[in-house]
Ligand binder design. Structure first.
Ligand code: NAD
Ligand code: MLT
Length: 338
């Protein structure tokens, strides 16, 4: 059954390809960004479709005001800025673009792991400030170290795959059947309640329970959604169980690593460094989050995981295609993200 989309509001800046594709398929679009809540509440009843990234908070109040709304499209993965319960209660479809930005988020994660190992951004900062601190910023190799990937979904698996290359020594390549003989020395261990030991082994990850992971990991990177089971998954007590100086990375969602616990662990040396792309509050204003960002052993980026030209055009096109599929089921597109 077709869902008539007479007007779509795009309330966060997404790649222009989204608007182009909607308009090309006869769907009128209004773009209004960074609207204060009151303005959004006045605007939303005029539209039956809404496209957001992560800035617009589609709260129960917004849903209640959205008297004509039939579909919310998230140009990205996480739908945690949308009140799913309120949308479901009103029969509003919520869709996302799973996978469109996974490679970009993965590549940022890998860059941050390498940065933590070699102090790239802190040393750069110091050099720009006029210092020449070669001794202070001496690092450590990734080869031979253990990386724990918590959450072996789209992004976690890609990270595991790429980081293995840091420790892989190619000792022979059989040109006939193209099989490489590899010896792994950067060990990747992972945890995911859904992924079986066999699945994990298929992509060279040894599945372990969290309690086994804490004492062996040199690096821990989190790639789960933020849900009650993952909130504060790495906290003050966990740091006590970890190897002294463990380094942690969060390119998933703020709150999976407890910010208070992380700050304490950085201050007393249980944690040797952290790379953070996401925060419990964005933009971060709270004292703990600011203290973390300012900490000399923290590398921080302003939620840039999906901020590449490729990811942004992919998610923009994917969200528009799904809207077109809803408006015209005979179109070549289909709804892929839920
Ligand atoms: P995904 O759904 O493909 O994978 C998430 C995995 O986490 C699943 O395999 C699931 O089984 C696992 N999981 C769930 N609960 C768990 C638990 N308690 N312990 C361990 N594993 C658990 O998601 P994805 O596309 O890989 O995205 C991962 C995260 O990255 C999400 O939070 C997403 O919102 C975020 N993300 C951030 C950016 C960014 O810009 N920083 C970009 C894209 C995605
Ligand atoms: C996502 O969940 O896709 C990320 O938060 C990326 C984003 O939209 O910025």
């Amino acid at each position: 059954m077709a869902i008539p989309l007479r007007s779509v509001l795009v309330s966060d800046e997404v790649d222009p390809l989204c608007v182009e594709l909607l308009q090309k398929n006869g769907i009128p679009v209004t773009c209004k960004y960074k609207m204060p809540k009151e303005e959004l509440l006045k605007e939303i009843p005029k539209h039956d479709g809404l496209v957001v990234r992560s800035d617009t908070k589609v709260t129960a109040e917004v849903i209640a005001a959205a008297t004509n709304l039939r579909v919310v499209g998230r140009a990205g993965t996480g739908v945690d800025n949308i009140d799913l319960e309120a949308a479901t209660a009103r029969g509003i479809i919520v869709l996302n673009t799973p996978g469109g930005n996974s490679i970009s988020a993965c590549e940022l994660t890998c860059a941050l792991i390498a940065d933590l190992a070699r102090n790239v951004s802190v040393a750069c900062h110091s050099l720009k400030a006029g210092r020449w601190d070669r001794k202070l910023y001496s690092g450590s190799e990734l080869q031979g170290k253990t990386l724990a990937v918590l959450g072996l979904g789209r992004i976690g698996r890609e990270v595991a795959h790429r980081m293995q290359a840091y420790g892989m020594k190619i000792i022979g390549v059989d040109r006939v059947n193209c099989k490489s003989q590899l010896s792994r020395s950067f060990q990747t261990v992972g945890f995911d309640p859904i992924v079986t030991r066999e699945d994990a082994a298929a992509f060279n990850v040894e599945k372990m329970e969290l309690e086994q992971i804490w004492p062996v990991a040199d690096y821990i990177t989190v790639h789960t959604p933020l849900i009650p089971q993952t909130r504060n998954m790495i906290n003050d007590q966990v740091f006590t169980k970890c190897k002294k100086g463990v380094k942690v990375v969060n390119v998933a969602r703020g709150g999976i690593i407890c910010e208070e616990g992380l700050l304490k662990a950085l201050q007393d040396g249980r944690c040797g460094g952290a790379a953070l792309d996401v925060f419990s509050e964005e933009p971060p204003k709270g004292a703990t989050t600011r203290a973390l960002i300012e900490h000399p052993k923290v590398v921080a980026t302003p939620h840039l995981g999906a901020s590449t030209a490729e990811a942004q055009s992919r998610v923009a096109v994917e969200v528009a295609e799904q809207f077109v599929a809803l408006a015209d089921p005979s179109s070549p597109y289909s709804v892929t993200g839920v």
